[in-house]
Ligand binder design. Sequence first.
Ligand SMILES: [Zn+2]
Length: 176
Amino acid sequence: MNTTSIPGCRSGTYVLVFHARGEHSVPIGRLGSLTTQPGYYLYVGSAFGPGGLAARIARHLTPSARRHWHIDHLKTVLTPAETVYSHDPGHLEHEWAQALSRVPELSIALPHFGASDCRCASHLWFAATRTEVERAKHTLASVSKHFETRNAATMARVPMETGDAPRDYQSHPDSR
Ligand SMILES: [Zn+2]
């Protein structure tokens, strides 16, 4: 089965689900430190620039020396577990972040993470168990028309597209 065939330049919104095995204290730029707990971290973002979702997700799921996004600091101690995404042309990232805020089993991992320039409490949420991740996905599905999930390991092999220069999608909304 070819699970890497997300059409190269299609844009959309994603949630990266990472697994944390233990406690690691990680400095996250100006936000201070996040001490990870065993469980799952759900990171909400979107990619509406060149390269689309595939390039952005591959970028987030592979190690990189560059620290451009908040998630770049954190992913060194997390293991990708799953990717949830939608090719809906609407920018759903804030809607999704706020939907996650309504899942009682989830908690804010770090205030303002990935949400420097929006009104969401955070774009990074913590779920203690896999069951809670499933509840979160269920909630996202309820607010989204198009919704897919992939194993993160296959998403990391999506080839990088050229032209996916780092962009701050929150400060400079990508044009479509
Ligand atoms: Zn937001």
